[in-house]
Structures are given as structure tokens and as C-alpha cells.
Design a protein around this ligand. Sequence first.
Ligand code: 8YV
Length: 309
Amino acid sequence: MIPVNSVLQVGQFPEIMQAEIDKRLSTTKLLDPQGKVPEGNFTAILTRSNTTIPTGLLAQLPQVQMVATCGVGYDNLPLPALKEKGIKASNTPGVLNDAVCELAFGMLFGLLRRIPESQEFVKSKAWSKAPFTITTTLAGKRVGIAGMGRIGQDLAKRLEPFKVHLAYTGPTRKEVPYEYYPSIKVLAQACDVLILACPATPETDKMVNAEVLDALGTKGFLINIARGSVVDEAALLVALQQKKIAGAALDVFENEPNPNIGFLNIDNVLLTPHIGSATLETRQLMTNLAIDNLEAFYNQQPLLTEVKN
Ligand code: 8YV
């Protein structure tokens, strides 16, 4: 049982998630993590991946012993400070794989077959003057996945029927039937489509740089469903503008919700507003999993999906 008004909800939640929260518990809300902390004896925080929890906020909440974030990524949490204070943390892995993988497929086919541009082509009546451009087939391509975690593995399995050659990179080899490359540059050299599905960590920060993009090459495509921080966006913009790569599909950006304006004026990109997990079913599952973790905490049970800090 979650004690009434024991949970501080930090950050803005979409309506569907707030409805799920309100079904199961009463929370006090702090929309701006930098704002004035409401009065209360809060022993837990409920937040989302897109809300950064400042260490300073923890200092104002000395009773907090648990932070539950809605999202598989937990780069929004100040892990060293949580560890130092002995504060537990949970995320919501697994329940969003379908939604994220389905978006990745939409981005992949949309990018390779230039579907958004083809719609504009029809709507603008340009079709009456000339046929749409020839595009490219996925079948037969070499697809590299950076990050063979839950989502990366799920994506690879779903890609298998599409007659592609799969390979991956990551800190360690995984028990998967795909070729392993120790570095993302070598993987980029060996693939036609590079999909980023890795967590945002100091090691992956700007991991896709000019060198990696050159390795991907002029017929190569980049898809980012991970975090904007994984890509050196200045280098990506140059590569796109100078056609050093064939195109990019981006669901995540360094600066959300106002991505670099350079991306808005390029035709070989497909842009989506960080909607990987943004389906009704998935957000309901994520919200309830986060609350299940809170319940486990208050019932002094092991957390269901603890962030191992
Ligand atoms: C969250 C995300 O799913 O799960 C993640 O790591 O990137 C986000 O899309 C979303 O913010 C949950 O509310």
C-alpha cells in the first residue's frame, strides 16, 4: 500500500499516464524539477525519462528513499547521488519494446522508401509532371545495431524475416546469432543501415561522430531510437548536407523539444518527436509498472525492475 501523499510526482506527464497514476495513488506534483518543492513528507519520487532529476532536488527531499522513472532510459537520474544516499531506483524496461521496435520499422521503411516525401509529392500534384524518385529496398541490406540490449535484441529478431544481414556492436558480445563488431566505426563500415539502440552513457556520448558517419558512407542510413546524445549532431548535419551519408531517421535529439534547426531544412531526413514509446497501450503499461515498483518498495518487497546502481 502506498501511503497517501508520500509520492512526489516530478515533471509533466501526458494525460494518459496521469489518468493511470490517478487511478492508483494520490501524488503531489512538482512540474518543474527546479521549482519550489511543495510542503510534504515525501518518501518517493515518480518521474519520467524526459525529466532530469537534479541532485539539488534530492537535497531538499531528505526523506526520499525511492525514485521510480517511467521509461527504459534512466539517464535522467543522478545515479551517483542516489547511490550515495542509498536511494533505490526503478525504470520500466521490457513493456515498451513493441512500440519502440514498431516505430523503428516505420522510420526504417519511411527513410529507405522516402514515404513522407512521396506523400508531399502526391499532395503537391508534382506527380502529374514526373514520377517519384526511385528509392531502395531493405532486403539484402546489411543492418548494424549499436546496443544489443532488450530493445536491440527484440529489433534484430523482428528484422530477421526481412532478408537482411544482421550485425551489432556493444561493450560485450551477447548470446545472439549475429556478427559482433568491437567498435561502432568498424560496424558502420560493414553495414548499409546503422540503428542506434544503446543507452545514453559517458561511453556512448557522441559515439556517432564524423569518422563513424564517413565509415557508414554515401549509401549508408542512420536511424536513432536511442538518445540524441549518442550522435554528434553537428557532424551529422554536415554529413547530411554534404550527402556523406544517404539519410537519417531521428526520433531523439540533443535538444528536445526544440531540435537543431539544421535538421528542419534537409530533405534526406525523417524526423519524429521522441515517440518511441508513445502509444496508449505502452504508456499505460509503463505507468503501471512504475507504480508496481513503488508498491513493492512500500511493501518492503524486491523491486520488479530495479536500476542496478
Ligand atoms: C519514455 C524514453 O518512454 O523510455 C525511454 O527511455 O525514451 C521515453 O520515451 C517516456 O518519456 C516515458 O514517459
